[in-house]
Design a protein. Structure first.
Length: 190
């Protein structure tokens, strides 16, 4: 690997935020998944989670774009996914268009945080909402009832990025385990 590329990968690794993640529940349009992954990479998310729709299980090429840099963990159920995230002491935020949801800008994203995003048609399931700590909403005053899921994820992740930048979270040095760093350095060189 040439030294410039090696330096670029090392810098990227030093900016990764292992205590910030997203979890997609049955998001089923390949282009939306790809766009969310790209935004995850851009704000320094190392690992994302998904409960994968059946139709994408066999043919999930769309997710393979930023896949080189953002690890995708697939779970069989949303209960299992949330349980894994809770074991990591993450606050679980459900993006949900409900009256009990708080404005997404009023959340403290410097806490270990997992943000759930729902299916294009149905949103987040009642099972997932019951397990979440807080519903959050991007306020809307127009005629449309919701945003595209990848647009919603970009807005929320960049608020998290803004808060974390202000708090010095991008100056913490590399927080990824050594074996994970080595894996990415190795794969990035091929
Ligand atoms: N009918 C669905 C519902 O009632 O939730 C709309 C789903 S929306 C098209 C797809 C996903 O985008 C939602 O599950 C949520 O994750 C996210 N989303 C869209 N607009 C949002 C908003 N204004 N606030 C928070 N999340 C939003």
């Amino acid at each position: 690997m040439n030294p410039e590329r090696l330096a670029r990968i090392r810098l990227m690794l030093s900016l990764r935020q292992p205590d910030l993640t997203v979890c997609l529940e049955q998001v089923n349009k390949a282009h939306n998944i790809a766009a969310i992954m790209r935004t995850c990479d851009a704000v320094g998310i190392h690992e994302m989670h998904a409960v994968w729709p059946e139709e994408l299980r066999e043919n999930n090429r769309a997710a393979k774009g930023s896949h080189n840099w953002v690890k995708l963990n697939r779970h069989d159920s949303i209960q299992q996914a949330i349980s894994v995230l809770k074991q990591q002491n993450m606050q679980i935020l459900a993006t949900n268009l409900s009256s009990r949801a708080v404005d997404f800008r009023d959340i403290d994203y410097t806490r270990p945080t997992a943000i759930l995003f729902g299916a294009e048609k149905y949103g987040i399931s009642t099972e997932a909402l019951a397990l979440a700590d807080q519903d959050i909403i991007i306020p809307m005053v127009g005629m449309a009832q919701s945003l595209n899921v990848s647009v919603a994820s970009a807005l929320i992740l960049y608020e998290a990025q803004r808060q974390r930048q202000q708090a010095g979270f991008y100056q913490r040095g590399c927080l990824l385990p050594e074996n994970e760093q080595q894996r990415l350095l190795f794969e990035g060189g091929h």
